[in-house]
Design a binder for this molecule. Structure first.
Ligand code: HGY
Ligand code: MN
Ligand code: MN
Length: 443
């Protein structure tokens, strides 16, 4: 039993067209038109395979194999379909399409019609483990708003699934147009209530007591595997992150008539703060901690007006929570010093965070064994990118992640890419690991 490589690649190429920025990467924010089209495509594929579809009020989707036995433990497998602006064609959606391909392959096997075998070089050998054992069922998940492109908070959907987010966040999280998550969800549901995701409703937080394990297949999004010339990474730890929002209030004035010594320039203050943050984190001897200021707004943003206000995001990531907080606290202190010294008012708001997390040693061992049995070279590695798997793991579900290489180590950009053979190999390994876990319930 093997996945259908061609079908997987066709899905990926079809879904990359669901973008608001054709020709300039993939832009598919949750709850937008492109997101709806992607949902409809995937749900149709799953329902054609006889699966059950359940959706919660945040737009997370849970799709169960028709052959699942009510009450039996299930192996969960999935990722996200939303993207950053002008992002890549594989981040998230590759894990969803691979989970879908596993679903269709298992569904077909369940109906005794084994899927067409593949001639791909990446084909894994048939093994006894790929027989669907009665031990566990299988469900795929589509997580909503993983990128935080709407509301600035990564893993929003899985934070609702696991109860980290609740009623309060529906009104606290707002997008750039000032709309709350609650309002955006109401608009999304109202626009086309049936098409978004038919099937019964799910309550957040989810009851994950039947989840024996969770797997997420993802592109690496960094240079490690390509530099090591390895086709598979097995994730050991996922970095944590802490995000703040800095608002600087200076004094707007005429660009030409205001002497340099009489300026309270919010943008040059921000520039000094940003370089100071970079200097603090770059002094990390292990060179592991990272800081990013990815979003910055200037008001009034006119070339001949001294900037009055600047707002910027600042996030620190590391695999050690103390490193995150130590660096962030030093950065906050320095920002206040710089702004104070320049007579610029400064407000700092904690925006969001997620703890670093070591994934399940049992699941890592199963993935390693499957890779070894298939003769696939691999390495155990960390993930600087955060993933919904982190939230599910934090909820106590034994969780593992598989990486495939990113060409040039690039991601979150239109240039994001992975060799087809690597995409297929990753999905085949995912099927193998799912079947092994189904056979031996991790619960
Ligand atoms: O930001 C991240 O690490 C993920 O891509 N949302
Ligand atoms: Mn992702
Ligand atoms: Mn991403």
């Amino acid at each position: 039993m093997n996945i259908n490589d061609r079908r997987l690649l066709e899905d990926l190429h079809t879904l990359r067209e669901f973008t608001d920025t054709p020709g300039e990467g993939v832009t598919r924010f949750s709850y937008g038109v492109q997101d709806r089209k992607a949902r409809e495509y995937i749900i149709k594929e799953a329902m054609d395979a006889g699966c059950t579809v359940r959706t919660d009020d945040i737009g997370n989707i849970r799709i169960g194999l028709g052959a699942n036995i009510p009450g039996q433990p299930v192996i969960l497998c999935g990722s996200h379909i939303d993207t950053v602006r002008n992002g890549g064609w594989l981040d998230g959606i590759y894990g969803v399409c691979s989970a879908l391909e596993v679903l269709r392959t298992l569904a077909a096997a369940g109906s005794a019609a084994a899927p067409p075998d593949s001639s791909s070089a990446a084909a894994l050998p048939d093994t006894a483990a790929t027989e669907q054992a009665a031990g566990c069922g299988y469900e795929m998940i589509i997580f909503a708003e993983e990128e935080g492109s709407n509301f600035g908070s990564t893993m929003t959907g899985s934070k609702f699934i696991t109860g980290i987010y609740g009623e309060a966040q529906l009104d606290e999280l707002t997008n750039d147009d000032g709309q709350t998550l609650r309002q955006v969800l109401a608009g999304f549901a109202a626009a086309d209530p049936d098409a978004a995701a038919p099937g019964s409703a799910l309550q957040v937080p989810w009851d994950l007591s039947d989840a024996a394990a969770m797997l997420e297949l993802h592109i690496e999004q960094g240079p490690v595997l390509e530099r090591a010339d390895l086709p598979i990474g097995i994730v050991d730890s996922i970095f944590g992150m802490r995000v703040i929002e800095v608002s600087l209030q200076g004094v707007g004035n005429h660009a030409g008539a205001t002497p340099m010594k009489e300026r309270y320039d919010a943008l040059s203050t921000a520039a000094e703060c940003i370089l100071a943050a970079e200097k603090i984190v770059s002094s990390d001897p292990e060179e592991r901690t990272v800081v990013t200021i990815g979003k910055l707004e200037v008001q009034p943003n006119c070339s001949n007006v001294i900037p009055e206000t600047v707002r910027f995001s600042l996030e620190v990531r590391d695999k050690d929570a103390e490193e995150i907080d130590g660096n962030m606290d030093r950065i906050i202190h320095q920002i206040r010093q710089i702004a104070g010294g320049r007579g610029v008012k400064c407000e700092i708001r904690e925006h969001s965070k997620s703890a670093p997390l070591h994934l399940s040693d049992e699941i890592i061992a199963v993935i390693r064994q499957a890779a070894e049995d298939a003769g696939i070279p691999h390495k155990v590695m960390d993930s600087g990118a955060v993933h919904d798997a982190c939230m599910i793991a934090q909820a106590g579900v034994p969780t593992g992640m598989i990486f495939v290489p990113s060409i040039g180590g690039r991601s979150h950009v239109p240039e994001e890419n992975t060799e087809e053979a690597d995409l297929v190999r990753g999905a085949r390994l995912l099927l193998e690991v799912v079947c092994r876990l189904m056979g031996g319930a991790q619960a």
